[in-house]
Structures are given as structure tokens and as C-alpha cells.
Design a protein around this ligand. Structure first.
Ligand code: F6P
Length: 473
């Protein structure tokens, strides 16, 4: 039986197949990257999906399982059909767009809901095969909203925490979901529910009160039989890993190489999963308008755009990819010269050292999602860039804006805001950059990913004690 179990849809490693060999690569996305540096404890086990449909490795399931267990990962194998309804369906065609305020992309399909419920049940079974009432179970993200309730039915005394890595939308948006009550009841199976910001917690509490009728006081919801705590824990990064990266020789060599190619051109950096919530077309249009309006910057600035392919089977992601490809082609064709390509486009996963070199070199990072739970790219950039050098342009719609108020904050829907911010960022005096970055770096250094995880787990222990008092009372 395991004591501490972390559960997320995706494991921190993803299986990839090269010819008949299976390889394990680090998973893409903020959650896996952030939590990997936390789950290092010997007694911890991470449970989740290894990234390939089980049909792709059905002949070698046992070997794959054994190799994953060596990495303290316990796989939940999902079939192609389960992935269609659970992952590409309810998770990424219903919950993801709805929780990011993209109602026009949200699909309500009963088949998706059934698939979502049955995969959540599958996760519950997998956990129950390795956990008992003594276990501490920490569940992550929107793919597993029913899991706390399913586990609670079988393990009434277990310690269950839940953390949502994406926004929780306003009640007026959440209420349109046909399965809104089931989702809230599922979540209330946890002892502690964590959000990135006060606004998300507030939206959740308001939905619970209006849809289920449970009141709350100081974040404590009393359901009649149990008390559930709602708290705010803004996720962070492994600050040391990023701040110390530029001292690494391989990172230094990469920095040198890129610098040689670019000469003294200034760099604007944009890094995201290719997701419609990230505001990539708006950012490209702003860069185009900037070059048009301020010709003195032509040939002097380059935009490096990293777009990591993601959820490629969902139509809106495919459409986004075509739109981004077209915009880049148009802007490069329109402004490029023989010696200058305005946008460098990297459409692939970057390894840590490549990314660190880009963060170090970038004069400006444009992190302008239309909606984002937190956005760790903003934090990684601030941690890595030299304090006198970088400027962060950050969307007001990212959870990170609540903490990084020294960034140039913009409304990502406003072209004027984006163009103005680019001009301001590229013209900011050195001393101003230094003051802003020092403050942000200090904040990130103090509240890093380790502190985030520690505070969540500590709060979970405290809530459990309150629960016991409540039950005996
Ligand atoms: O933070 C949101 C999230 O869905 C995480 O759960 C995940 O790590 C990341 O985005 C990448 O998404 P996916 O697992 O769908 O590739």
C-alpha cells in the first residue's frame, strides 16, 4: 500500500515509439514540468496515463509497466476509444474551452460525458489497488474532477486533496454545463481544493452555493456530513533550476551560438503549447502592426516563436496551426529582407537547455494568453533572464498577473495595448528593468514550487484534523 499518491491525467513521462523500441520522454505542459521536481520522495508514487493508446503497446504492457514503476510511475492504460471520449472529448472539447471562456468551442455530448465518468472510475480502481484509508492522495486538474467523490465513497477516511491547474470560470459560465452538479459533487469528495487565484476560488464557492445550496465561511464549505476547505496556492517553478541554468556550460554554448547568428539584434520571445487560449495569432498581428508602425525597428528585432504541438486531433488546434503558419508566412514575406527574417518559428518541443538559452537571451518575453490558469512560462523567463536585461509583457488574463505586477500588463484582446507594450518594452531604461526584475525574482525565489507543494500538503493535514473534529462533533 502506498502512502503518498499523486494523480494526474498525464504522467511526467510520456512513452514514444521509435520503430519497435519504446522510449520515455519528459511530458509537455506546465503541470508535469512543475510537479516533476516535487515528487522525488522515495515513498511517493505518481499515477496517470503514459501518453499512448494502450493498443500501441498491448504486446508489451507488462514490460512497459515495469519500466514505469522503476520511475515511481503507475500507469493507467487508456484505449483509443476511451481517449476519444474522455481526453479529446469531455476534457478537451467540453471542459477546457468552457473553463477558458471559449463557449463557442464547447461541445456538450452525452457520449463524451459517459466516457469521462467511466475513465474517472478507472482511475479510482487503479488508486484503490494501491491505496487504503491511510493514504494521502493528491489529485490534479480538470480531467479528474469526479475522482475525489468516487474515492470518498470507498475510502471515507482517506486524505484527499485536489488542485485545479486551469481557471475556474464565473458561475454564469459554469452554469451552462449540463453536468454541473455532478462535477461539483465530485470535487467536494476532497478535503482540500486548491486554486491558483482568489478569483477562481471565489467563482467556485459561488457555484457551490448557488447550485448545491452549501454556504461557506472563510473558505470552509459545510456539506451536512463533511467540511471541505477551499484555498489559494499559486503554483510556481523550480526557481533555482532556472536561475542557475545560465551557468551550465551547454547552455552557455547555445547562448554563444545563437548570439553569433543574431548579432546585436534584439529578441522578442514567445513560447507556448499551440493552444487557442494562448493568444498566438493576436501576438503575431501585434508584431506585424509594430513593424508597420515603427519602421526604425525593422531589421533590428527578431521574434522567436516556439509553438509546441498539442492535442492535434482536436479541430480547433489544427485550425490554429494553419492560422499561425499562414500569419508567419505573410509577415516574413511582407517585411523580410535577404539578411533578416522577422520571425523564427520553432514548431516542436524544446529541451530544458535550449529553452533556458532562449530565456536568457530574450530582451522581451511576450506572454499574452487570452485566458490562462497561471502560466509558468512567465515565471521561468523572469527566473532565467539577467536582471538588468529582460522585460516581461504579461496578459491580465493569466493567473500569473496577480503576482507579477511589475511586468507590463496588457489586455491581450487589444491590439493597441499589445503594440504599445512592445514599444515600451523595447525602450525601457536599464535601471527600470533592473528594479522590476529584482522584485519579481525575489518573490519567485521565496515562493517556489517546493514551497507551493509543501504548503498544500501541510494545509491538507490541517484540514484533515478539522474534518475529524467536525465528524466527532
Ligand atoms: O495545465 C493544463 C494542462 O492540461 C495540464 O493538465 C497538462 O499538463 C497540460 O495542460 C498539457 O496538456 P495535455 O496533457 O492535454 O497535453
Amino acid at each position: 500500500m502506498s502512502r503518498f499518491i499523486v494523480v494526474s491525467n498525464r504522467l511526467p513521462v510520456t512513452i514514444t515509439q521509435v520503430e519497435d523500441q519504446f522510449r520515455f520522454e519528459p511530458s509537455v505542459g506546465g503541470l508535469a514540468t512543475a510537479l516533476s521536481s516535487v515528487v522525488t520522495n522515495e515513498s511517493a508514487l505518481w499515477l496517470g496515463w503514459p501518453g499512448l493508446p494502450e493498443e500501441d503497446f498491448s504486446g508489451q504492457k507488462e514490460e512497459v509497466k515495469a519500466s514505469l514503476l522503476e520511475l515511481r510511475c503507475f500507469p493507467v492504460c487508456l484505449s483509443q476509444e476511451e481517449l476519444e471520449t474522455f481526453y479529446y472529448g469531455f476534457s478537451n472539447r467540453t471542459l477546457w474551452p468552457l473553463f477558458h471562456y471559449f463557449l463557442q468551442y464547447t461541445i456538450f455530448d452525452h457520449r463524451f460525458w459517459e466516457g469521462y465518468r467511466s475513465v474517472n472510475e478507472k482511475y479510482a480502481e487503479a488508486i484503490l489497488s494501491i491505496a487504503d484509508e491511510e493514504a494521502i492522495i493528491w489529485i490534479h486538474d480538470y480531467q479528474l474532477l469526479l475522482l475525489p467523490g468516487l474515492l470518498r465513497e470507498v475510502l471515507p477516511r482517506a486524505t484527499i486533496g485536489f488542485f485545479l491547474h486551469i481557471p475556474f470560470p464565473s458561475y454564469e459560465v459554469f452554469r451552462v454545463l449540463p453536468w454541473r452538479r455532478e462535477i461539483l459533487e465530485g470535487l467536494l469528495g476532497a478535503d482540500l481544493i486548491g486554486f491558483h487565484t482568489f478569483d477562481y476560488a471565489r467563482h467556485f464557492l459561488s457555484s457551490v452555493r448557488r447550485l448545491l445550496g452549501y454556504e461557506h465561511e472563510l473558505g470552509l464549505i459545510v456539506t451536512g456530513t463533511r467540511a471541505v476547505k477551499v484555498e489559494v496556492f499559486p503554483i510556481s517553478i523550480d526557481y533555482r533550476k532556472f536561475s542557475e541554468a545560465p551557468a551550465d556550460q551547454e547552455v552557455r554554448d547555445r547562448i554563444e551560438k545563437i548570439r553569433k547568428e543574431l548579432g546585436d539584434r534584439r529578441i522578442v520571445l514567445s513560447v507556448d503549447r499551440l493552444d487557442y487560449t494562448k493568444g498566438i495569432p493576436q501576438r503575431l498581428l501585434a508584431f506585424e502592426a509594430f513593424l508597420e508602425r515603427y519602421p526604425e525597428f525593422r531589421e533590428k528585432v527578431i521574434l522567436i516563436l516556439v509553438g509546441v504541438p498539442s492535442r492535434t486531433e482536436v479541430e480547433h488546434y489544427q485550425e490554429l496551426k494553419s492560422e499561425v503558419d499562414e500569419l508567419i508566412g505573410r509577415i516574413n514575406g511582407r517585411f523580410g529582407t535577404l539578411g533578416w527574417t522577422p520571425i523564427w518559428y520553432l514548431s516542436r518541443v524544446l529541451h530544458f537547455k535550449e529553452l533556458a538559452a532562449l530565456y536568457y537571451l530574450a530582451d522581451v518575453a511576450m506572454v499574452t494568453p487570452l485566458r490562462d490558469g497561471m502560466n509558468l512560462i512567465a515565471k521561468e523567463y523572469v527566473a532565467t533572464v539577467p536582471e538588468e536585461k529582460g522585460t516581461l509583457i504579461l496578459s491580465e488574463m493569466a493567473g500569473a498577473a496577480a503576482e507579477l505586477s511589475e511586468a507590463i500588463l496588457v489586455n491581450p484582446f487589444s491590439l493597441e495595448d499589445l503594440v504599445g507594450a512592445l514599444k515600451e518594452a523595447l525602450s525601457l531604461p536599464r535601471d527600470e528593468r533592473l528594479v522590476r526584475n529584482r522584485r519579481m525574482k525575489e518573490r519567485l525565489r521565496r515562493y517556489d514550487i517546493h514551497r507551493w507543494a509543501k504548503e498544500f500538503v501541510q494545509a491538507l493535514g490541517e484540514v484533515k484534523k478539522t474534518q475529524e473534529n467536525f465528524v466527532s462533533f
